[in-house]
Ligand binder design. Sequence first.
Ligand SMILES: [Mg+2]
Length: 409
Amino acid sequence: MKNTRRDFLKAAAALAATSSQLTKLPKAFAATTDTLKSCRKIALDATGLKIKTIESFTQGHVSIVRITTDDGSTGSGQISTYDADISATVLHRKIAPLALGADPANIDDLVDICIEKNYKFPWSYVCRALAGLDTAIWDLLAKRQNISVCELLGGKPRPIPAYGSSMSRDIKPDDEAERLLRLKDTHGYRAFKIRIGKVCGHDQDQWPGRTEEIVPTVRKAVGDNIALLVDANSCYTPKKAIEVGKILEENNVCHFEEPCPYWELEWTAKVTAALNVLVAGGEQDNDLAQWRRMVKMHAVDIVQPDICYVGGLTRALRVAKMAADANLTCVPHSANLAMVTIFTIHMLAVISNPGPFLEFAIEPWPWQKDIYHPELKVENGLVNFPQGPGWGVTIRKDWLKKAKRQISQ
Ligand SMILES: [Mg+2]
């Protein structure tokens, strides 16, 4: 092992809450073509119930889904954020007809039926809509047993360490450093993620020199005891990503997210192999066969399925299991404070390979506020685990009242 690599691993280990989770693993591991199959192991006892209605409540970027079974039990979930009205239409047109009348306990097969019956319309909007149904079903199944979703899946609720996740690229390095320092003082964050490069930027920066300036500026401001993560949002070619990666290593960055256009798996794998800093990715990926390829080729060190982009918790758990079988860490993508962060808190408490931190958005977007209660809070760097059955939160009546309601029955 090279000295620089050993030094880096030592430093990263000192920073992380669970140091073993930030160690770059050997390249050789066994991810077989059976991996997908072995991930389908959610066996639940039949409830004998049938899904009777599927409702969506859409307001701006958000669409909440409520399902009701023939005995009057209900469960609430959420379609993926952004263009939620399009996804809600897909839910009622392409997903609901397949789910009405089904036993919710049959969720493992049901999500596959919804994908396969829509094979002419693969991925994005089908998965976004499916996430609404899937997460509503998990809420209903857990509530029927008066336990949390996390407990239903064998996990134990616990406060989860969070990293403060910046979504801002237009912010100047000094202003970002000042903002993060303030959040460190008020909320006790022990980790932050900042943005570098430009979204799908073809090696260009948001403005010339921003990346080279922001990384050391933030590192200096927050101090050496804070884990620093960066996200390049598909910016670089491999050559440039490796150059930038060296700057990250000099500044003790522990997570380099989406260095290359995410669909260029071979590019990303090349960067992962060349750098000591851990490479993360996968938030946009919603095809489980593509996930299997990514894991098998070790395209990334840290997998980041988004529960709502990938089609729900059931499918996100399959990605986590695939990664666990290959000794890779899973840090799901949860880039806003609508329901996806709630779902992710439960998932992190269930999987065997969680990373040390939950992604917690620090942007004050008004649309993600007042959807559910109680609200999430970060204190001493920890997020409260929502207490109570199901997801542990209640969708606010005043929010539902303002939303557009559609129903399939
Ligand atoms: Mg990202």
